[in-house]
Design a protein around this ligand. Structure first.
Ligand SMILES: *Cc1c(COP(=O)(O)O)cnc(C)c1O
Length: 424
């Protein structure tokens, strides 16, 4: 399997180079030369296979030139001591992706990426330094994924005072090979600092720096697994994905192309509705991002659009993906309605997906014959400040129970490149 940049088909690289580089040199995202197919024996047994076995079959064809089968098995075994259960609620099924250590779906990508990085760099003695800017969830998943992974250290930049106390402890409470920098600015400032430091190629090479944001292909591939496992249990389903940067939905499209029995997808967004608008008008136009209650989806220029457009024409996307956006007001009302009807607590991101499916049903765009799967990207306890005024106290999942006891150890820095340089 070879990988190309979305911006030029000239240079083919291995999985290893694509993963370790993150972004292609021309600024594009890496995509596979062709999307692999599940063997037919796998396709017919998705219903009965374990989540780990499906994950193995999903990842293998993408990485087999660079990772030995038995090593891949070990990596999957250590990355996923949890799985992705489907919970029937009312007229639909909730695919719960929050049973990992940071209680959000980003654990699926980050934990595989950490093991892949460590494996692909085995034998090299110069430690790798990962820099990542976060508005909250990504930093926690990446920090946790790389915690105690040998030969790799991680520095997470987060906006001081703008992440929740729980998120801050997930980012800055681990210590060891994970350092945290509390930046006296907003998320965009953090992201800009990281971009600026990568522009100095010599500095990057000298310190062996790389990034770990969601454009990395090694974070995307494992995410296709839970689409295949849930579709295996519930064939010809419509899967509704609460989306921001569209990595998760792109992984779903990969599962579909590999042969998972999926009928359609719903691209559910908050008011940052670049993709639903694109599907409607046929014109791709990014917008300034706006702050909402589902803040992990506050993205006006979704980076994975480039991957979607590399694999599908507009007409294909329109046949396969229905788009809808949901307001904060609707999000809150949905959390309330679903709780009062089923005693099931949705986090704000999952509520966006739930409501998006309702709206399409009302418009007659969803047939009743399909199984409807709502992708749940986070545990509601992570967004207690939004959810608890509606539902009362939300019990913490076991993975988060001890997080609040961690001590925050972060260095505060101003929004200055020099200050960041000194910390590396
Ligand atoms: C990151 C995130 C999303 C958006 O996922 P994308 O892959 O960026 O579309 C949705 N919900 C939660 C809870 C997230 O952390």
């Amino acid at each position: 399997m070879k990988y190309y940049s979305t911006r030029s088909k000239t240079e083919a690289v291995s999985f290893s180079s694509a993963a370790l580089a993150g972004l292609a040199p021309d600024g594009g995202l890496y995509v596979p030369s062709e999307i692999p197919q599940y063997p037919s024996a796998v396709k017919t047994s998705l219903k009965t296979m374990s989540f780990k076995d499906i994950t193995y079959e999903t990842i293998l064809p993408w990485v087999k030139d660079d990772i030995k089968n038995t090593d891949l098995e070990d990596m999957i075994h250590s990355a996923y001591p949890f799985d992705a259960p489907v919970n029937e609620t009312g007229d639909r099924f909730v695919l719960e992706l929050f049973h990992g250590p940071t209680a959000a779906f980003k654990d699926f990508g980050a934990r595989f990426m950490a093991r892949a990085f460590s494996y692909l760099r085995r034998g090299e003695d110069k430690p790798l330094k990962i820099l990542v800017a976060t508005s909250g969830d990504t930093g926690g998943a990446v920090a946790d994924g790389f915690f105690n992974i040998e030969g790799i250290s991680v520095t997470v930049l987060y906006p001081k005072g703008r992440v929740s106390p729980l998120q801050e402890r997930q980012i800055a409470g681990l210590g060891n090979n994970i350092s945290a920098l509390a930046v006296e600015g907003c998320f965009d400032d953090c992201q800009r600092l990281v971009k600026q430091i990568f522009q100095d190629e010599e500095f990057g090479r000298f310190h062996n720096l790389t990034s770990a944001n969601s454009i990395n292909i090694s974070r995307l591939i494992p995410q296709a697994s839970y689409y295949a496992s849930s579709a295996g249990q519930l064939p010809s389903s419509v899967i509704c994905v609460p989306s921001g940067n569209f990595g998760n939905l792109t992984a779903g499209l990969y599962a579909y192309k590999m042969g998972a029995p999926i009928n359609k997808f719903i691209a559910a967004t908050n008011i940052n509705k670049t993709i639903p608008e694109f599907l409607e008008s046929g014109v791709y136009k990014t917008r300034e991002s706006q702050i909402t209650l589902s803040n992990a989806m506050d993205v006006g220029a979704p980076s994975n659009y480039e991957r979607m457009a590399a694999h599908f024409t507009l007409e294909e996307m329109r046949r396969l993906i229905l788009g809808t956006s949901v307001s904060d007001e609707e999000t809150l009302r949905t959390i309330e309605n679903v709780y009062s009807m089923y005693f099931y607590i949705l986090d704000p991101h999952t509520a966006v997906a739930w409501k998006a499916a309702d709206k399409l049903k009302m418009d007659g765009k969803l047939s009743g014959n399909n199984n409807l799967i709502i992708v749940s990207t986070a545990h509601p306890a992570k967004f207690a400040e939004t959810v608890e005024p509606i539902t009362g106290s939300v019990p913490l999942p076991p993975s988060l129970e001890n997080v609040m006891e961690r001590k925050v150890i972060a260095k505060t820095i101003p929004v200055e490149l020099e200050a960041l340089r000194e910390c590396i």
